[in-house]
Design a protein around this ligand. Structure first.
Ligand code: ADP
Ligand code: ZN
Ligand code: ZN
Length: 689
């Protein structure tokens, strides 16, 4: 019998170039296929590994060869499509394949430091029937709705597709995209296939999963997102691997869910920035979802009321099929009426504009619910001294402290939103001694307070990162809203997404101008999507909705498009801008970010990187030079965070291919640079530059 050497992924570091090992299998064991799980001895314990490759001999020295303890026979191999996707992602994002793939395997199974895999796996297999994940919950079941004509069109388009195809489901808020998803899943299951549904936010996972469970009470539905308790997470993943769960609902890492025989991929709110991972392997789950559909040769539905400009351009170019759902599904629901309040001229009551205050009062009298959105948590974004202009700044970052209400006692504290440092509020200005320090601007906490003063009888709740830290907290707030225990819900982005409250008829928006002024090239695209989305919370059922947006810039073209709820006009204008400025989707970008304790170290590294890049571009064998544009290193928007200087270097390619070819060659050289004092990473298709 031949020997069998395995390349095994045990943890993220092991597979890196320096730390490579091969594993040899005992002679009497059959060689496992790629994707199979094995147990390997590791630091006086065991670890779970995934076979990447099996070969009859090893290139490595004897001291780099270890032996395998056993193969996890009870588990099927990871589907080949998942392995392929991971390897694509590792190449494309220039990340480590371990980092990409193992981030999707529950930590509980793969990375526990002192963990006897054999023992734990056995206890899983035994105890699985008791697991809450597998217990069928008693839920009211739902039956398929009679489809609207546009829903019917989307589903019949899906039915006509025999192979990989991407549909961009452009449906206004309330157009009934969820019903389309559910019936599309039903069709996939009928064909004996599995379905993957991605949502942008942890909070939305449970909501969609509940609807899926209600529709398919006989199916196990696996939910995958980071807030799920480790045991339940591992069980859901394992049930998927074993083919027991045929439907997965999850956030971005679920794009690697071990579903075999995939028949449908759905990405809800496909424009959402949360699909892009901002640390570790910087993958974009929406883009990988499309790739997963290509690998599995199945259909992909990207749903949004305000598609990303990238997807919109793909639909315009005919690469995706545009599927429109232009009206609300509910018989009597119409799109909300949007109005601007010019805060330069409007009167104000308790710091709220008079028209908004008035509208809130009326809702309260009518016993209807309202939502007031502001994109800032805390009490106020700045604390300053009016006498001398001093501002409370974080010592570790180039940023102001935000003023927060202390949660337990009365009083306030300062919190840095970049490094989380906290400080007591000074009694007096440290520069001039003035005792009247003034909060400037407002956040959710101040808004909540003002609303309570304005409408003392209203039941008001706040939903932001601070009020939802406890597990289950956001669920509780949403449930209270659902059952009518809340009259006015205030909060950040969190309240903008997905929720469907029948009795909600008013949405107020504060402070959107600050988002419009942001230097980020996606600022307008994001703000338009956000405002359409938050506006879309109003009037989803019987009663019409009203949306009031406070602004000092009522003439901005973005507001004109918003009033007309004309996504198409907005996309068209923004795409012309992008084309003129040479920005995505007309070019491809990558950025290298470096951080170090000093500016000179971070900048110095990027200057070296820039030098290497220009050498590479002058290399006569370099085929990409005409399509590559290299920028100079520059400090990031917040140049210092947690005492680290942060710099970045931008590279622009004429196309994805040109950029990829160049990055490949460049990174080989870059990785040779000595960088002891500098931490750096590459971000392909960055969201912010
Ligand atoms: P979206 O995700 O597009 O914003 P939802 O899927 O939340 O919209 O649907 C909005 C509302 O319309 C929900 O209350 C849903 O029950 C209802 N709905 C969806 N499809 C239909 C239909 N075919 N007939 C009647 N009501 C529908
Ligand atoms: Zn002062
Ligand atoms: Zn800080």
């Amino acid at each position: 019998m031949h020997s069998c050497y395995l390349q095994i992924l045990v943890n993220v570091h092991l597979f890196s170039k320096e730390g490579g090992f091969d594993f040899v299998l005992p002679e009497n064991m059959a060689c496992p296929p790629p994707g199979k799980f094995v147990i390997v001895p590791w630091a006086r314990s065991w670890k779970l590994g995934v076979v990447l490759k099996a070969q009859p001999e090893s290139q490595l020295q004897a001291d780099r060869i270890r032996s395998v303890s056993g193969v996890v026979e009870d588990w099927p191999a990871l589907p080949q499509a998942v392995l392929k996707l991971a390897s694509f992602a590792a190449d494309y994002y220039h990340a480590n394949v371990g980092e990409v793939l193992l981030s999707s395997v529950p930590e509980f199974l793969s990375r526990s430091s002192n963990f006897s895999v054999k023992h734990n796996i056995a206890s899983y297999l035994k105890g699985k029937r008791k697991n809450t994940f597998l217990a069928q919950q008693q839920l009211p079941s739902s039956s398929p709705a009679v489809l609207t004509p546009s829903q019917t069109q989307v589903l019949s388009w899906l039915r006509q597709q025999q192979s990989f195809a991407v549909g961009l489901l452009w449906g206004v808020t309330g157009s009934g995209k969820t019903e389309v998803y559910l019936q599309a899943v039903a069709a996939a299951l009928t064909q004996g296939k599995t379905a993957l549904l991605l949502v942008p936010e942890i909070a939305l996972t449970e909501g969609l999963a509940a609807q899926v469970r209600a529709r398919f009470p006989q199916e196990q539905v696996a939910t995958m997102s980071s807030n799920i308790a480790p045991g339940a997470r591992a069980a859901a993943w394992l049930a998927t691997l074993k083919g027991q769960a045929r439907i997965v609902v999850g956030t971005r890492s679920a794009v690697f869910a071990p579903l075999d025989n995939l028949g449908l991929v759905i990405v809800d709110e496909e424009h959402d920035a949360s699909y892009k991972q901002q640390e570790g392997a910087r993958i974009h789950a929406r883009d990988l979802a499309v790739m997963r559909g290509r690998i599995s040769n199945c259909q992909v539905l990207l749903g949004s009321a305000t598609p990303s400009l990238e997807s919109w351009a793909n639909a315009q170019a005919g690469r995706y099929t545009l599927l429109r759902m232009p009206t609300r599904a509910h018989v009597n629901a119409v799109l909300p009426h949007i109005e601007l309040i010019n805060t330069k001229v409007a009167a104000s009551v308790q710091g709220l504009s008079e028209p908004l205050a008035h509208a809130l009062k009326i809702r309260l009298e009518r016993k209807e619910q309202s939502l007031v959105f502001i994109n800032r948590r805390g009490f106020a974004p700045v604390l300053c001294c009016e006498a001398c202009g001093w501002i409370a700044d974080c010592n570790n970052c180039s940023a102001h402290f935000a003023l927060h209400r202390a949660s337990t006692r009365k009083g306030y504290k300062l919190i840095c939103h970049h490094c989380s440092a906290q400080q007591a509020v000074a009694q007096a200005c440290p520069v001039c001694g003035n005792k009247d320090l003034l909060p400037k601007g407002q956040g959710t906490q101040k808004l909540e307070e003002k609303l309570a003063q304005l409408l003392p009888n209203a039941k008001i709740a706040r939903m932001d990162r601070d009020s939802t830290r406890r597990r289950g907290a956001s669920k509780a707030i949403l449930a209270a809203m659902e059952s009518g225990l809340i009259d006015i819900l205030t909060g950040t982005q969190m309240i903008a997404k997905g929720h469907d409250f029948e009795n909600l008829t008013l949405v107020g928006v504060l402070g959107s101008d600050s988002l419009l002024m942001s230097p980020d090239f996606r600022a307008e695209e994001r703000l338009f999507a956000l405002l359409m989305q938050v506006a879309g919370r109003a009037g989803r059922a019987e009663r019409p909705g009203q949306v009031l947006i406070e602004t000092r810039l009522p003439r901005h073209p973005l507001f004109r498009e918003l009033l007309a709820q004309d996504y198409e006009a907005s996309a068209k204008r923004l795409l012309v801008e992008r084309e003129n400025l040479g920005l995505p989707p007309y070019t491809s970008l990558a950025v290298i970010r470096a951080q170090a304790s000093s500016d000179s170290a971070a900048q110095g590294f990027l200057t070296q990187a820039q030098l290497l890049a220009s050498e590479e571009l002058q290399n006569p064998h370099c085929s990409t030079s005409p399509g590559i544009r290299l920028y100079h290193p520059r400090p990031m928007a917040v140049p210092r965070v947690a005492n680290q200087a942060r710099w970045q270097l931008l590279i622009e390619g004429r196309s994805r291919l040109v950029l990829q070819n160049f990055l490949q060659a460049w990174l080989l050289k870059l990785r040779e640079l000595k960088t002891a004092k500098v931490r750096w990473h590459m971000d392909v298709d960055p969201l912010e530059i």
